[in-house]
Structure formats: structure tokens, C-alpha cells
Design a protein around this ligand. Sequence first.
Ligand SMILES: Nc1ncnc2c1ncn2[C@@H]1O[C@H](COP(=O)(O)OP(=O)(O)OP(=O)(O)O)[C@@H](O)[C@H]1O
Ligand SMILES: [Mg+2]
Length: 777
Amino acid sequence: MNTENLLKELNDVQREAVLHTEGPVMIIAGAGSGKTRVLTYRIAWLMLQGTDPFNILALTFTNKAAREMKERIAAVVGHSEAKNLWMGTFHSIFARLLRIDGHMLGYPSNFTIYDTDDSEKLITQIVKEKNLDKDLYKPKKILNRISSLKNNLIIPQYYDNFPELREYDEAAKIPDFKNIYTAYVERCFKAGAMDFDDILLKTNELLGTFPEILAKYQDRFRYILVDEYQDTNHSQYIIIKALANKFENICVVGDDAQSIYAFRGANIRNILSFQKDYPDCQIFKLEQNYRSTQHIVNAANSVIANNRDQLKKNVWTSNETGEKITIYKALNETEEAHYIAERIMERHLTYQMPYSDFAILYRTNAQSRALEEQLRRKNIPYRIYGGMSFYQRKEVKDLLAYLRLAVNPHDEEALRRVINYPARGIGQTTVERLTILADQHNTTLWDICRNAINFKNELGTAPAQKVSDFATMITEFGVRARRESAWDAAEHIFKASGILRALNDDKTEEGISRLGNVQELLNNIKSFTDTQLSLEENNDISLDYFLQDIALLTSTDQQDDGEPNKVSLMTLHLAKGLEFPVVFISGMEEELFPSSQMVNTRADLEEERRLFYVGMTRAKKKLFLTFTHMRMRYGKTNDCEPSRFLDEIDDQYTELILPAFHRSQPTFLSGPAWGAGPANNHSSGPFAPIGTSRQKTPHLATRPSSTASNALPPEKPQGEILTHTVPGDRVFHEKFGYGNVLEVEGSGVNVKATVAFDQAGQKKLLLQYAKLIKVKP
Ligand SMILES: Nc1ncnc2c1ncn2[C@@H]1O[C@H](COP(=O)(O)OP(=O)(O)OP(=O)(O)O)[C@@H](O)[C@H]1O
Ligand SMILES: [Mg+2]
């Protein structure tokens, strides 16, 4: 694509924002208004103007988003140029930076990245060693607290500078928190490991302590671009600010109405601070939505208008009016899932829509089970994002632990995990003794292991020998990891560690599936080695690089198996930045969404509402919102009340559908009629107390949902729905209008009719779903 064509694909404001390359720029704009597109085109434009890709840094919310942007840019400027861009999540970019310069802070360049599971295990271990009450010092709680301090750049040494921290911890009955935090930080450091938050914290420390390193990166990153700026936390904010300080060519894009990570420390005030930091910054507002139909855009606007804290924006679209938003009241979660699966199947067959056009979003991961079951029953392929990832499976983590040890044997969590797996006679007592020795000698577990022969007295002769043999094996793995490709080293380690044998011996169904998973991991390593050579500029095929790569996958990246034709299932949080032709948001019920934990303050409730706004604005053509009358939660069936958010959608954009069991004629109602189901008592207003339900006046029945064009749909004729038909029949279809049947094929549920529609042209439809009505010719 040449320069001219590139700019043609933008509207006036977008183009201006792309061309304004020098100086600070902030683009605060509504959902689907082309923020990400502007960012992508800006990079392409910079490169077309001769900017060296080495001088561009782009920060995205997921690695997948970065990859897609890179591909788009490559199409404009060429693959070999695009390769050299530094583009990715904050974590992957700054981990890369720390690999290069982290040694200044005393880290090895092959430092390990601890995942949440590793961190929690380490905390459990520390709590145990300190003889603290494990019911009070819960690892998750402690880790959240550590994370929040780290993201505010409060290291243990600063803890006492803020008396309110101690007050908080005492009130939370964790007075020894500081000791745990201190020990945790020391242990990670000794093990040559960083947790996720360290990646940002240590980058800050590095840039703040060494002016020459800061200067190096300031010079390198002449142009800095940040997507989803509304969800950056303090630590990220400080990094960007430092890096941009010299050239001030910084462009941030975001939408305050989509800020949904406050619970993880994201700070919406970063948007306001930006204006303060760069008083001469240029601000662009994009208001035209290119993604969604008018009904969807307007409905989303009517919801977000209920938030008090927001920057004024007027999001509009010139897209088609589109179908109304369907609100479906189900009996329970099974029936809800069934309804969703049916609608997917119906659209897939009737309109030939690929499965990848559909997304099902929910508030909590637990909701996916019922949905999965119904999708499986209909053989609808799907992919779940988030939840338990492949890399968290036990057997996968076991092999990974060996690989991690090969790269960094000081990695304490990996060592604890496999020192006696597969079983090699190193018991719990021996491990405890090793831990005490490490503590006494102020060194790592690994240092004790590799010198185990010198600790025969403390360990006993036989255990010392076993530990020593284990250490010899790990040392040998290390040699290979340095010399061989990731694939060669991993394959060897898989066999020599005894994992292959252990899994092979287990002939249970579960054992076979475990072996399959480990083989899948090896396949991943193989394809990493193969593709790495062609994709990245550094051609690094080492095990070290592979481990780094997977440690930083985000939840949206993890499940991307490259298979394109699947329905996507994910939480609303993960859906940020994505778009799908058809979106279902399930579980639109009080207590679930808004979550019962998020209704106590206005700020929390507004964050939930923004989350709903994010969900709604993912849909391009059609949005379904479903809620249930009853739902099983925590093993109990509860009565549910429709979400207050449903009330907030302007009636004119919705239609309510009730399931067959409490539906008399007609099926379609315009506007909400939540009370129409059984067992509802009526009170009103958006904040009706939990346990009562709200009702708005149901509107009169109208015709079926509108068509995809602005023209009024043809009036639906009376007549029975055809289950079989013959060529020559004159028929009516809800969406395509009138037509003549040309051909019929297949049998039973697979009967397909080819129909020549007067307006819509020729279509092949599955009779079971097409709901054709026979009319007089
Ligand atoms: N000028 C344009 N012409 C045609 N299509 C456009 C234009 N600008 C954006 N789009 C399309 O509109 C959709 C939304 O764009 P994009 O994802 O960049 O929006 P966004 O503001 O980043 O959305 P979100 O707030 O969800 O992150 C995309 O499919 C994009 O290709
Ligand atoms: Mg975007």
C-alpha cells in the first residue's frame, strides 16, 4: 500500500492524528472509533517517512494485538522492516529490556519469571517457615497486597514511610505482612527470579538509578505509542514518562469509559495527569464509531450515560440501524446456554456465518461450564480464553520446571517442584534440611544441592548422594540449554529427566491425556524453534528465549492455537479491544453482573458499568443479552433478578424474548418486560433492593426484529412454518423477505432449500432453522 492509500483509509480527524507525529498527543475517544487503527497507521506512516523502526516503541494490551498490528504494518512497509519494531505488552517489552540491562541490578540475564502459582507457593513456604497462621496469611491475599505495593513503587524499605500501610495490615490481621514481603523479595532475588510486577518495578528502578541507561533508551525510543492508556497503572505511567522525557514524541490512546482494571491498580487519573505533564499536548477526539450498528452504539451510550465520572463524548455512527438488541429471559443457566447455542447454529446455517463470528462473554469464568456443555452437544467448535491455561497444567508445569532449571538452576520454585519428581528418593525431610542449610549459609537451595556431598553429616550419606546426582543431571541439562536449540535441549530433558518414562507407565485415561499435553508442549517448542528463525529480528532459538516468551503470554494470547473457525468464550475483561459480528453477554443478573462485590460504592458500580459498556461495544452487527430466572451458584440454586443494567438501556433499542415455557403469543416484545416471568414481585427503579425485582411497563407487541437495512422489513405474513417444501413454492423469510424455492436437497434435519429471494438474491437455507412461511404465489 502506498502513502496515499494509507491516508485514504482514515477520516479527517484520524488522519490529522496520524500526521501529527511530533510532540505529545492524546487521543481520547469512544469505543470502535478507530483508536487502534490510528495507532497502527501512525507507525506505518512514521516508517514511510523514513523513521527507523528501531526508534519506535509501541505498547499494547495483549501480545496478540501487537502481532496483528505488526502484520498490518508489515503489509504497508514490508516484513523485514516491521520485524524490528519493539511492539508488545508492557511486560514483554520491559522483560526484554531487563534481559539486556537487568544485570546492573544484580539479576542474571536469564532470570526466571515467576507466575502467580510460583509466587503463591513461595509465600506459602515463607508463612510456614515463619510459623505464621496460614488461615490469616492466605497466599492470594498476601500476593495481592504485594502486587499493589509494587505497582505503586513501594518496596519493603519504604513501607515504614507510610504509617497507613501498617495500620491497614494490622486492621486486616496481617501485622507481619512487612516481614513476609521482605523475605519474598529477598528470596525472588536470590533465585534470580522476577514476578510480573517486578518487571515494571525493576524497570523503574533501573531507569531511575542509572542515568546512562535511561539516556540510552530515551535516545532509542524517539516515538512512543501506548494503546488502552486508560488501563495503565502507576508503575507503567512512570516508565513511559521517563522514557518520553527527552523527545516528548508520545502518543497515548484510550477511552475513559472503558477503564476496567482499577482493581488491578489501573489509574484512570493517568489521563488527566497526561495533560498536566504535557501542557502543550495535542488532544484529538474521535467520535464516529465504525464498528457497530446504530442500535448498538445508541444502546451503549444510553447505558454509559448513567456514569457520573466521565469525559464528555458524543459517540455516533453512520452504519446501518441494524437489528434490535435481543434480551432473552431463560429459565436457568442450562436453558440460557441452550438458547445461545441454538442462535449460533441458526445464524451459522442460515447466513453461512463462520463460528469465529461469534463471541460469548460472561462476568466470571465459572459461567463457561454450562455454555461449553451446550456447545459440545451441538458440535459447535469453541475456544475458551483465560481460565486454566495449558501452561498451568500440572504435567506441563513439571516439564517446564526442568527447562527452567536448565536455564537458571537457582530458580527455587522450579527446584522444589521437581527435586523428587519423578520419584528419586529425596523425601520431604531432606528438602526441609536443604532449606535450613540454604538459610544458614545465606545461599540458594541450588548451591546446597550441588555441594550436597559436603553436607553428608546434616543430610545423611544416602540422601546427600541422591541430591548430588540430581544436581549433576541439572548441570548437564544446563550445558545443553546453552549449546543447543530449545527443541533439541527440551527433547533430551524430557527423556533424561525420567518424565517420559513416568508418563508412559501411567496407562490410565488421565495418564494418556497428560502425556498428550506434554507432547503438545514439545510441539510448541518445535514450532517456536522453526518459526523464530523467520519471524523475529534476533533469531533467538534458545530455551531461555522460549521460556521468556511463554511466561509473558497474556490470557488472550494463551489459547490462540491458530485454528480460526471457533466461537470465542471469554470474560468481559478479556474482550477489551476485540470485535465480533455477533456477541452474547450471558448472566445479566443482579449479584452476578454487577457483581455483588462491586455495588457498595459508586466508583465500583461505575467500573462494572464500564465493563458492560466494553462488552456491548464489542458487537458489530448483533447483540444478545441473556439472563436467567434461576441460577446454580456455589452448589445452590438461587432465584435471580435481572441486572439493573438492563433497565438502563433505552427501550427503543431492545426486544425481549421469553422462552417457550412461559410464552404465550406473541414472541416479540419491544422494550423490557422483566416482570413477565413467573414469581416476580414488583418494585421499581435502578437501585431496588436485592431480592425484589423491577418492572417497566411492557410495550405492545410489535413485528419481528428489524432487518439489517434501514428500510422497514416486509410485514410478516400469516401461515405455517414449512418443515418440507417443493421447488416452485412461494415463501417468506424473516430476514430475506419473499422468494421462490428453486431446489430442495438432503433429508431429515438436513433438508436444504435453495431460494431465489426477490430482493436478497439466491440463498441456500437449512429448513430446520430458516422458518420459511409458505405464501400464496
Ligand atoms: N476510517 C475508518 N474507515 C473504515 N473502518 C474503520 C475506520 N476507522 C476504524 N475502522 C474500523 O472500525 C473498527 C474499530 O476500530 P478500532 O478497533 O481501531 O477502534 P478502537 O477505538 O480501538 O476500539 P476499542 O475502543 O474497542 O479499542 C475496526 O474494524 C476498524 O478497522
Ligand atoms: Mg482499540
